[in-house]
Design a protein around this ligand. Sequence first.
Ligand code: DGJ
Length: 738
Amino acid sequence: MLNISFNEATRTFHLSNIHISYIMQVEQHNILTHTYFGRKVSGYHQIAQYPEISREFEVNFAENREGDRAYSIGTQLLEFPVYGTGDFRQTACLIRHEDGTTVSDFRYVGHEIIEGTQELSQLPSVYVEDVTEAKTLIIELRDELVQLTLKLRYTIFENHPVIVRSASIENSGTQTSFIEKIASMSLDFPERQFDLIQLNGAWGRERMLERERVRTGIKLLDSKRGTSSHHQTPFIALCDSDTTEFFGEIFGAQLIYSGSHEMSVERDPFGQVRMLLGIQSTGFRWQLQPGEQFEAPEVMIAFSDKGLNGLSQANHTFIKQHIIPRRYANLERPVLINNWEGTYFDFTEQKLHAIIDEASQLGLELFVLDDGWFGTRNDDNSSLGDWHINYDKLPKGLNGLANYTHSKQMKFGLWVEPEMISQNSHLFRQHSDWAIQAPHRPLSLGRGQCVIDMSRQEVRDNIFGQLCAILDTVEIDYIKWDMNRHLSEAHSLALSAEQQGELPHRFVLGVYDLMKRITTRYPNILFESCSGGGGRFDLGILRYMPQTWTSDNTDAIARLFIQYGSSLAFPINSMAAHVSATPNHQTHRHTSLAMRAAVAFAGVFGYEMDLTELSQADKEIISRQVEYYKQHRQLIQSGIFTRLISPFGDSNECAWQFSNRDKTEHLVMYYQVLSHASYPAKKFRLRNLCANTVYRVTSEEQSFIARGDELMHIGFYIYPQFKGDFQARVYHVEAMKE
Ligand code: DGJ
């Protein structure tokens, strides 16, 4: 039962549903403290009141003049710690006032409980389709001296172990304040030995799962790049040190935000742990004038007591139902062919026709024309910002190509990169001030290009107009929206000196505004986001675009890690996965077509190679692969995903399983990385089956019958043994009719 209660006598909030409880208390001096987040409890009898411990050298709270040295906010579990009054741990909020002071003192003044959610005004927010799906608690705290109001929002949902939080500050006074740090959430835990799990990486190596013991001190994970980045996905999790893939408690938090961010975990000298997530504070400074409000992005926190799999499944289900537009939750995605790795910039209309012809023969459903179709773009040094068709390359224009693709019963997709401008472009020659740049300093390039200042309305209007001119006249079914460099010299020629610290966040707000306008105007186009591969894979973008190009690295072995890591945070049907040529263009590794497909099957499947160069034998294999994926697409894209064996650490293997809701059908994929002499006979066990049901297990090599309990507890050997490196086996497991 979904419930938010407030006990007037003890001034305790209790948010609960069938899975979780979240408890806070308004304590003496109207300080809001944190009590508990975790598995649901039926009620709370004040058993976890913070003990009155006199701690030497803690500051006793300002109003505490009666010699009570046992009350210090420096050791309490606080709900939203602010800077300046004696809590010396990482702060969620630092505000500089007109007189130069940085002291904040927010006290509880009231609260409100509403049905459903409360949408943020400029940022992506979680949604419900019916208000009965969620309840929201809004707690109001005020700093009376400077007349600032802090609102903390908590949304709890009908059937998810998830709380969505956000914070906002309103200036109802007469002074201008500057927010120098504002987190979306802070979560304090009593003394506990945690491990921290993060998803870090770099281009071509996104979302590598790293796990370490949380030690005393601060661990800061962040992006200052203007985007969520390849380097640090805005996701962290804390779990007990004995938590595994299947057992134990874990708390995972991820920002619904696509810009620079920071996440910290601090273990204080008393073993208490604070987890903070929010927008990046380095360089951030937001001018808050009287009457204005600043909203921090939302953050989702999920709890599982069933290990990493529980967290991953909670994330998948929640994101599909409350973040990704719901019509895409289970909508089948077409199997595509993208020309990027097949031709790069070097294509002609004739060449594309030949690829489309092959693709349609092989059963592919969507052709995507990638970079290079506009301006004079024959390499990556020009034309971004000039979204005009290059008729030299495409004499019949985009319409000609779209019509040709449609005539082959395939859908047509197009690549764009709206947030960028090349110096060698008409747009730059007309509006060089539209590039993000610091006056009198060199303009740094990244991939030969500049970032366009999306904080400016006239810039967004111009790009919106150019995109609409294409989308209104060409029948386009899919858009790949790319973003290929990070923000440096983060300064806007349109903002005042006082407001320059706002640019990175204003840039993100501008991107969201443009994405919202475009995706609302073209509801039938399937959008896929991209940022040099998976450099902006986050919940903010997923609110507008239901799938993401997971990585530019299409090597099957590299993808085992990338996809396994990504699956902790993101649903399978948001992860695009393509089969590319061998040797792989990123790692130069040779793998079989079967291995490449078996890995790409575990996502939104497609091909990215020159199909006109395939041998007849490879064409036959591909056509069977496409058929196989289509047959199991619903199960893969909409089923329950279970992480069976992690490729990380010393592992030489990886496995995962897709199951339908009633457990009658499963697809299991097992991968071995390197081949070894005298290698152990590998046996593995399935999950999520009905114990008493008889299943038929079928792979290309084998077919046998077993009950669910045998498959889950005894398991079976990988047989026949693999010969050579980089091998995969795919098992179809289906309940037999009684
Ligand atoms: C980076 C993307 O990740 C690639 O897939 C491709 O679209 C290129 N950009 C095109 O420039």
